[in-house]
Structures are given as structure tokens and as C-alpha cells.
Design a binder for this molecule. Structure first.
Ligand code: GAP
Length: 422
């Protein structure tokens, strides 16, 4: 099995990611997140929100509707220009993105047609009477922020430079979804639109600042630095709204791939929506320029899983950073059938849970099997209650990555884990 097959199998076996509607054969380009997947995803989003909103003075949060007035998409240029060039196999008629196509069809070795452009927007029909109104599932979460620019400025005390952060679902008619969740038709984005004065030098500096902030964020959550790099978009790679753009790329098993885009959108969007900004102090009115950081939640989760995956003989260890690991602590009695051990362990487990620490209880099999299972789902610490615990009021805490064990007083567990999670 190659690494992607191993990760896909682990994700399903342990409840991270399942194919969507699997009992009916799945649905290409769509995925469901299991009990561990939803925790990992929520933790990634929470860490992003903390670093992009809570820790800053110059960013406010936002949450727009998924379906908007179709005029938004006309004005934003998406109906005309949000396209991918595709080639079609002349014999089996399968379509491929030009960048993925190769020389011949991978299915039947057929020849390709000349490239044609296809729009990525997903259409929806709304209303109860005919003819129904055509609208779109948003192709990027961004436009909701732009069309609410004045609402946010007028209702909050933001002043240029400032940012609006948002996390939410986006949808694209991807012709070749693949590489597990890497390219899906439904996915989540976490984006910042940062509005700056229309000044060349200043905006370039701010662009560089955000590039660094964003790559550092991934490193701070444990992604191997060596597997990250910037890739500057050539003119023909840039989206229709971007004047220049860089991707943060990750070296996945399927090659260097886009993790997050840092786009310089200039005044493209606000101008198209006929919006501007008035400086309350100077009275000066202008169209701000926009620097955007746009990452995918599902893609981040996939790369965190790939990066954390390690094997040590038979043992698989998901070395997820403790801040994003689904469970922080697993608690178990050394022997499940010894009532006094089980009672003490349960008391500790419930106490840790009451502190909003995400914990899991495990009393199946023997201790070796439990460690094996917790390593595979990425739980950073295991707490075992043994016979000595009843006497010395201490437990064994085992660290996932080093497999080292320490005796910690039960009364000190709360502070011990709090310190580790800072
Ligand atoms: N608002 C800008 C924008 O949407 P993008 O480069 O098209 O820019 C940003 O998308 C991020 O969204 C990507 O870097 C990626 O992480 C994620 N993304 C885009 N298309 C995706 C897809 N089909 N499946 C999963 N994630 C996707």
C-alpha cells in the first residue's frame, strides 16, 4: 500500500473520513467526517480563528449565506471567468483538467480534444413555482465579505488597515476530484480579506507580512518546515481577480500541492461591486486594496494527517500536534475487571472531561492494545490507573511520541495537561 492508501484506510477504520453516502456506492468528490474527523476539523478551525481573530485587534469575524443573489456572481466575474480548461478523451469521453491530463487518456490511452473552458460554479434552482430561479452555491466564500463591506464598516469600529475573517463551505464543479479529499466538490475554506490603503509600497509589505504569518501558522501546528514552500503563480495560473499570487505548497505523496493561496486582489472586487471606503478622520474616500489569505480546511486536515503519519514497525503513530488532536487524553484502568481500578479511572476521566479537555475512555483488551489504538488515532497522552494509584494517588502518564512514562499525582493532572496544551 502507498502512503495515500494507508491514510485513506486509517481515516475510514478509525472514524476520521468516510466516502459520502457510502452505502449507495459513494458520491465522487464528496466526503463525510466521522467522530474523530469532525473533532480534528473543528480544532483546526478553532486554532485558525484564535490566531486570525481573537489574538488580533485589526480583524473581525463574519459568516455569510452560502447562496446569494446571482448578481453577486455576475459582478464578481465568476460566471464568466471562474473556469478551468479541460480536454476530453476522444474515445471514452472522460474529461480532465489540462494540468492533470498528461499526453494520453489514463483510462483508455485515447487522444484528447483541444482544451475547452468549463465553469466551476454549481447551479441551484430555487423557488416553489415554475420557472424556478437559478442561483449558485458559492464557488468561494469571499464574495459574501465584499458585498457586506459597508455593513461591516458601518456597524463595527474598523479602520483601514483591517481584516474580515470567515470560515465556511464552498462548492465547485470539479471535473477531476481526487487525491482523497484534496480536490473535492464540497469543501470548507478559512479566509481573511485584509483591506489596505491603495499604496503600492505599503500593500507589498503587508502582503509579505501575511505570507509569513500564514506559513508560520502551519509550522506552529507541527507541519514539517521542509515540506512547505511558496510557489509564485505565473500569469496563466492566476485566478481572474488576482494581480499576483503565491501558494503555500506542501510536499504531499502526490507531489508539491497547493495548501493555501495568498492573493493580491487589488481593488478588483470592491470596484466591481461599486463599493468604497471613507476615512472618518481625513474625509478621504477611496477603494481599498485587498490582500487575501485563503486556505482549505479539508485540505489542511488531509495534510496534517499525512504529515503526522509515521510507522515504527507494526506500530502506526499519528503525531498530530496536541492542539489539534481529536482527543488530548485517554484514560484507562490497568485491568478492566478490577472494580476499584475502574472506579478510580472513571472518576479521573469524568473530572478531566468536566474541564472541557477532550478525553476518551478505553478499557478494551490489554494495555498494549490500548496504547496501539491511541497512537493510531493520535491521542498525545494516556493515563493509566494501577494498583499503586489507589495507594500513592498517582497515575502513569504515557507520552505518545516518546513512549516515555511518568508518575503524576492525580491532584496535579489538570495543571499538567493545561501546561502541555499551552
Ligand atoms: N477566495 C480565493 C479562493 O477561493 P482558491 O485558491 O481557489 O482561492 C483557496 O482556493 C483554497 O481553498 C485552496 O488553497 C485550497 O486549500 C482550498 N480549495 C480550493 N479548491 C478546493 C477543492 N476543490 N477541494 C478542496 N479544497 C479546495
Amino acid at each position: 500500500m502507498d502512503t495515500m492508501e494507508k491514510i485513506t484506510a486509517l481515516a475510514k477504520r478509525r472514524g476520521y473520513i468516510f466516502p459520502s453516502s457510502e452505502i449507495y456506492g459513494g458520491y465522487q468528490g464528496f466526503w463525510d467526517y466521522g467522530p474523530l474527523g469532525v473533532e480534528l476539523k473543528n480544532n483546526i478551525k478553532r486554532e485558525w480563528w484564535k490566531s486570525m481573530v481573537y489574538k488580533r485587534e485589526d480583524v473581525v469575524g463574519f459568516d455569510a449565506a452560502i447562496i446569494m443573489n446571482p448578481t453577486v456572481w455576475e459582478k464578481s466575474g465568476h460566471l464568466k471567468a471562474f473556469t478551468d480548461p479541460l480536454v476530453e478523451c476522444k474515445s471514452c469521453h472522460r474529461r480532465f483538467k489540462v494540468e492533470d491530463a498528461g499526453d494520453k487518456c489514463p483510462e483508455c490511452e485515447g487522444e484528447y480534444t483541444q482544451p475547452k473552458t468549463f465553469n466551476l460554479m454549481t447551479e441551484v434552482l430555487l423557488g416553489t413555482t415554475e420557472p424556478k430561479e437559478k442561483s449558485y452555491l458559492r464557488g468561494e466564500i469571499t464574495q459574501g465579505v465584499f458585498v457586506n463591506f459597508e455593513n461591516v464598516v458601518n456597524s463595527s469600529r474598523v479602520k483601514i488597515p483591517f481584516g474580515i475573517a470567515q470560515i465556511g463551505k464552498a462548492f465547485r464543479n470539479e471535473i477531476t476530484p481526487g487525491n482523497f479529499t484534496f480536490r473535492s466538490c464540497e469543501f470548507e475554506q478559512m479566509e481573511l480579506e485584509y483591506f489596505v490603503s491603495p499604496k503600492e509600497d505599503e500593500s507589498k509589505k503587508i502582503f509579505e507580512y501575511w505570507k509569513k504569518e500564514r506559513i508560520d501558522w502551519y509550522i506552529s501546528l507541527g507541519i514539517n518546515k521542509e515540506k512547505l514552500r511558496f510557489h509564485e503563480h505565473a500569469e496563466d495560473e492566476r485566478a481572474h481577480y488576482a494581480k499576483y499570487a503565491f501558494d503555500i505548497q506542501y510536499e504531499a505523496p502526490f507531489g508539491w500541492s497547493e495548501f493555501e493561496g495568498i492573493h493580491y486582489r487589488g481593488d478588483y472586487d470592491l470596484k466591481n461591486h461599486n463599493l468604497s471606503y471613507k476615512d472618518q478622520q481625513t474625509g478621504e474616500e477611496f477603494i481599498p486594496w485587498v490582500i487575501e489569505t485563503s486556505g482549505g480546511v479539508d485540505r489542511a486536515m488531509l495534510f496534517f494527517l499525512i504529515d503526522a503519519y509515521s510507522e515504527d514497525g507494526e506500530r502506526i503513530v499519528l503525531k498530530l500536534n496536541s492542539k489539534i488532536a481529536p482527543y488530548k487524553v485517554a484514560v484507562f484502568p490497568l485491568l478492566a475487571n478490577k472494580q476499584e481500578l475502574a472506579e478510580k479511572a472513571r472518576e479521573i476521566y469524568l473530572n478531566l472531561k468536566s474541564l472541557s479537555l477532550s478525553c476518551i475512555w478505553d478499557d478494551r483488551g490489554n494495555i498494549g492494545k490500548r496504547y496501539f489504538a491511541q497512537d493510531e488515532i493520535g491521542t498525545p497522552w494516556c493515563v493509566t490507573v494501577d494498583f499503586d494509584s489507589l495507594r500513592d494517588k498517582k497515575v502513569t502518564v504515557r507520552d505518545r511520541d516518546s513512549a516515555k512514562q511518568e508518575r503524576i499525582a492525580i491532584s496535579k493532572l489538570e495543571n499538567y495537561f493545561k501546561a502541555k496544551l499551552q
